[in-house]
Design a protein around this ligand. Structure first.
Ligand code: NAD
Ligand code: MG
Length: 296
């Protein structure tokens, strides 16, 4: 079965209960049970991004990994960013893409560092020979039950990873982007319905939508498009690093499809928005949330 076969979305991928599990730090895809499907085998490309040169953040695991693999399978060359401690996951992605005969360069580093963001864009442009799409998937979230117990450092990290890096990377990339290029950012359904335990994260995800919409209006004069993907619950390391094991065992159970998305189910959303098929689509959102998204 591939993604291109019609299937019942309720039964297509693993459903809870899952084994209870937690992870430390930024987590690893390779430690998840069941292993996430990032499209390594299941995604079928049809040349929708032939010749594209793309920089992807958060490319080691989860949604960013699925986006990078999908775009490479559609014919793109890809620069891959993640945190240095995630190099094992990142190397797996590099190898999958290299086996497809596409260029994949690993550019690990911390996006909370303004100087690194500049260097990341510069190096990606140098190694790929240009930049046609900037695909920003990296994100940071931490659970805080009580606002009175959250530190400034913690709040600041959420802002830096989710918002400042967006500004820093866009500012560095736009001068290299020719008309026809595009920017894709990543929000969350929690932008519209903030969880009480993650309000700083939800606020950044709302800001990403507004910022990207404004960017689309500004960059239209340069022929550059900008759009946002809005995921619902997805089976990625972000969840076992955030929630207790028994909640992960039930992850996605209370959604209309009764399961979380697998990362591969997000891949074609990034391909569509980054590639040439979405030529008149700018300043909008594409929600991939299994009927958990809001109507307006
Ligand atoms: P993930 O953990 O696989 O990916 C997040 C990535 O962000 C990490 O792999 C890491 O490389 C990167 N990152 C974090 N801090 C960084 C830093 N300081 N410097 C560089 N990279 C850094 O999880 P995911 O679920 O695939 O998350 C991808 C995006 O999707 C995030 O923006 C997240 O907010 C969003 N999202 C996820 C879900 C979900 O249910 N998994 C739902 C809605 C939105
Ligand atoms: Mg990761």
């Amino acid at each position: 079965m591939s993604q291109l076969d019609k299937q019942d979305p309720r039964e297509q991928f693993p459903r809870p209960p899952f084994p209870a599990q937690t992870q430390q730090g930024s987590g690893l895809a390779s430690a998840m049970d069941p292993p996430p499907d990032h499209g390594e085998v299941s995604y079928l490309g049809t040349g929708r991004m032939r010749g594209y040169r793309v920089l992807v953040t958060g490319a080691d695991s989860g949604i960013g990994r699925a986006a990078a693999i999908a775009m490479a399978k559609e014919g793109a060359d890809v620069a891959l960013n993640a945190l240095p401690e995630e190099i094992d996951d990142l190397t797996e992605v590099r190898d999958v893409i290299a086996d497809l005969g596409r260029t994949a360069v690993m550019l690990p580093g911390d996006l909370t560092d303004e100087g690194f963001c500049d260097e990341l864009v510069r190096t990606a442009v140098r190694d790929l020979g240009g930049l046609d799409a900037l695909v920003l998937v990296a994100g940071h979230q931490l659970v805080h039950e009580d606002v009175t117990e959250q530190s400034t450092e913690d709040f600041d990290r959420t802002m830096k990873v989710n918002l400042y890096s967006l500004f820093w990377l866009v500012r560095a990339a736009v001068p290299h982007m020719a008309p026809g290029s595009s920017i894709v950012t990543t929000s969350s359904v929690s932008a519209y319905q903030p969880q009480d335990r993650m309000i700083d994260y939800a606020a950044t995800k709302a800001a990403i939508i507004t910022y990207t919409n404004g960017l689309a209006r500004q960059l239209a004069a340069k022929g550059i498009r900008a759009n946002t993907v809005v995921p619902g619950p997805v089976w990625t390391p972000l969840q076992p690093i955030s929630y207790p094991g028994d909640e992960i065992a039930r992850y996605g159970q209370d959604t209309p499809f009764g399961r979380p998305a697998q990362p591969v189910e997000l891949g074609s959303a990034y391909v569509y928005l980054a590639g040439p098929e979405s030529s008149y689509t700018s300043g909008t959102t594409l929600t991939v949330a299994g009927a958990t998204g809001v109507a307006l």
